[in-house]
Design a protein around this ligand. Sequence first.
Ligand code: ZN
Length: 373
Amino acid sequence: MHTYDRQLAGELPVWVDGAWYTIPSRYTYSGIPIQKTTSYVGQYMENLGLDVEYHNWGGSTYPNVIGEITGLINPDDIFIIGAHIDDVQGTPGADDNGSGSVATFLAADILTQYQWGCTLRFALWTGEEQGLNGSHAYAQRSYNAGENIVGYLNLDMIAWNTPNSAQTISLYYSYSVPGSLAFAQLFSDVVGAYNLNLVPVLGTGVTGSDHASFWQFGYNSILAIEDNGDFNPYYHCPGDTPTHTDLSYFTDFVKASIATFVHKSECLIPSGLGSLDGHVTASSGGAPIDGATVSTEDSQGHSYPTTTDAIGYYTQTLVANTYTVTASAYGYQPTTISGAEVITDTVTTLDFSLVAIVEPLVYYIYLPLVGRK
Ligand SMILES: [Zn+2]
C-alpha cells in the first residue's frame, strides 16, 4: 500500500509501456506524465484480468481508466468503487488522491480473486481538480446509456490523520439521493462488524468530489474521506507526501472501503475454501525435500507460494478454484501440474517427485601425502 502510494507520488518508479517511469506529476493537463499514469493504471488492471476501458472524455492524454469484472448472473447491476487519480500542479498528491487511488488498486487486486454475480467496476478519474470533469462525463454517459449503476463508493483523501488523534472518518450522503443514507450507514456498520479502528461520522452537504457527479444523475453514491474537522495541512501543497500519511489509519480505511463495497454489491458468489497438500520428494531414492517452494497460481495470475517442512510436506488453504501448481527446489528441475482443482471443504493432494539436475561429474584425485608420519 505504501509502495503504491510512493509510486503515485513519484518517489518510486512504476512499470509502464515496458519500462520504468517515475511519475513527476498527475496534473490532468501535464501531457506525458498523466498519459503515463493512466497507462500504468490500465496496464496494472489488465494484468489482473480486468476488461479495461480508457474513457476519453476530454483529451487522449488524460482518459478516465475503468476496469471491469462482468457479472456472471446479473451483469446489468453495476457497482463502482473509485477515486480521482489526478492532482494539482506542485503537489505529489500522496493523500489527495494517491490514497483513494491505491485503495481502488487494492480492491481490484483482491476482488479479481473471486467470482461475482453483478458487475464490478474500478474507476480512476481525471479532471477532478478542474471541476469533477472526468467523473461527470462518465456518469452522464452512463445515464444516457441507461446503465443501472446501483452504487458508487467514492474515495478521496483517506490517509491523513493527525498523530495521536481520534481515527475519525467522514461519510457523506445526500438527502435527495435515495439509498445514500443507508449506503453510509452500511459503511459505518462494516467498521463495527470488522472491529476496525475508525470512528465513522455521517454527514451531508459535501459536493466537492466525484460522488457528486453521480448524485447529479440520480445514482446512489457516497464520499468516504478523512475527518473534515482534522483537515490535511499539506492539502494541495508540496508537503502532501507519503511521509505525511498515517499508515495504520490508511490501512483500516482501505479495509473498510473494500468490505463496504463487497457488502453493498451483495453478489459475491460463494466459492468456499478448500485445501491443497502433498509431499515433495526426490525422484531418485524418494527422500523428502525440505524447503521446496510450492507455488500455486490462479487463472488471473495471482500466486500463493508456500514451503515444505522437514518431511517434505506442504499444505495451504485456498479459495475453491482451478490452479497451476509448481514445485521447485535448489538442485532439482521445477515441476508444474496444471488444472489442479481445489474444492470447497475438501483436501486435494498433489505430490511432486523432482528430478535432480545432473551436475557435471568432477573427479577428485587424492594424492598420497608423502613424508608424513
Ligand atoms: Zn481530491
